[in-house]
Design a binder for this molecule. Structure first.
Ligand SMILES: Cc1ncc(COP(=O)(O)O)c(C=O)c1O
Length: 388
């Protein structure tokens, strides 16, 4: 089997390495400035000052108020807080019982909504998506009822890279006075996060997707939006996310977000060129391949395919043996031989749905890397087809 000369990581949608500038910014907050931000003494206040500085940087990048940022322990936790917090609050206020979302959300949203339905009696409408996994804002308009308390639509899909028409969906929610949450975990550093243009009320991010540390995320909570805490405890993060705050993590997230935003235009243009070269290379060289997700309204670094009658997991294993990291569908469902639920919702038949493979490019990716993968992938698919 062909092996690439240097190992090639094409799984930047699963996670990214921490930028060394971020590591440097974080380092003082483990052993030097280590106080608990809730403590009244100098140690605590020094940590609290650093935390508020990080919050200020995030707010500046996102164009919101520092008081609208809640640091969390991950992107998943931010999504959980948004959905459960908004749903429980609405129920307590007697505002309604109905949630609108999509069938292609990350499990951090999908499973939370299912739990709200199955354990807490909320009604859920799953919007249709088209063959690219995109939501039609008119379907959002049609799905909203007088008792709808929340709409949750992801900004960009992790598995197929499709970007949703956020401005139009947000406008519908605003007109109908329904809270709008978006999981923007895959979007940060790759798309502009225009909170006001998108009319979002709640937006979740995760630092490890944009060269920040793992285990830290945030939820933007528009001023005036009340959330019941999904975790109960102390009064940290204005009572919305109890638990001693990870100051180093917050500093890391803020630094990574600032850097990602500063470098976004140049880096996204570079990645888009590499992505397009890779996509056309694969479609030209592999007869039983299809691009999944939108051909243009897709993340700049994202190239995902379905290979007919080939198991995506085997493609990933063979790529790994050749020195290349990719993933089959969503990284979190790795090892699951079922067809991708995202491709299923997009109308792919199971013979295509089992063959979902995602390549996601990032800062280390070069043209030589793309060409090296193109030199190996067609042979892997051909071999797996011959075995099937
Ligand atoms: C779209 C999306 N939402 C949420 C998450 C969860 O983020 P975290 O890993 O920080 O919990 C991910 C991670 O893969 C994701 O891609």
């Amino acid at each position: 089997m062909a092996v690439v000369k240097r190992k090639i990581y094409l799984d930047y949608s699963a996670t990214t390495p921490v930028d060394l500038r971020v590591v440097e910014a974080m380092t003082p907050y483990w052993s030097e400035v280590f106080g608990n931000t809730s403590s009244v003494h100098a140690w605590g206040q020094e940590a609290a000052t650093a935390l508020e500085r990080a919050r200020g940087i995030v707010a500046q990048v996102l164009g919101c108020q520092p008081g609208e940022i809640v640091f969390t322990g991950s992107g998943s936790e931010a999504d959980n807080l948004a959905l459960r917090g908004a749903a429980w609050m609405a129920r307590q206020a007697g505002r309604g019982n109905h949630i609108v979302t999509t069938p292609v959300e990350h499990h951090a949203v999908g499973h939370t909504v299912e739990q709200l339905r199955d354990l807490f009696g909320f009604e859920v409408t799953f919007l249709p998506v088209d063959g690219y996994g995109q939501v039609d804002p008119d379907d959002v308009r049609r799905a909203i009822r007088p008792d709808t308390v929340l709409v949750s639509v992801m900004m960009a899909n992790n598995e197929v890279g499709t970007v949703n028409p956020m401005v139009r969906i947000g406008r519908v929610c605003r007109e109908r006075e329904v809270l709008f949450h978006t999981d923007a975990v895959q979007a940060a550093g790759r798309l502009p996060l225009e909170l006001d243009d998108m009319h979002v009320d709640l937006l979740a991010l995760s630092a490890h997707k944009f060269y920040g540390p793992k285990g830290v995320g945030l939820l933007y909570v528009r001023r005036g939006v009340g959330l019941a805490p999904a975790i109960t405890g102390g009064g940290h993060e204005r009572g919305m996310r109890p638990g001693t705050v990870d100051v180093a993590g917050a500093v890391g997230l803020a630094t990574a977000l600032e850097l990602a935003e500063q470098e976004r235009r140049e880096e996204t243009a570079r990645l888009r060129r590499l992505r397009d070269r890779f996509i056309s290379g694969v479609l030209d060289a592999v007869p039983n391949s299809r691009l999944t997700g939108h051909p243009r309204q897709r993340l700049c670094h994202h190239a995902s395919f379905a290979f007919r009658d080939v198991e995506g997991a085997w493609v990933v294993i063979n790529l790994d043996l050749a020195g290349i990291a990719a993933s089959s569908g969503a990284a979190c469902s790795e090892g699951d031989p079922e067809p991708s639920f995202v491709l299923e919702a997009m109308g792919f038949s199971p013979d295509w749905g089992i063959g979902a493979v995602r390549f996601s490019l990032g800062r280390s990716t070069t043209e030589d890397d793309v060409d090296a993968v193109l030199g190996v992938l067609p042979g892997i698919i051909e071999q797996l087809c011959a075995q099937s």
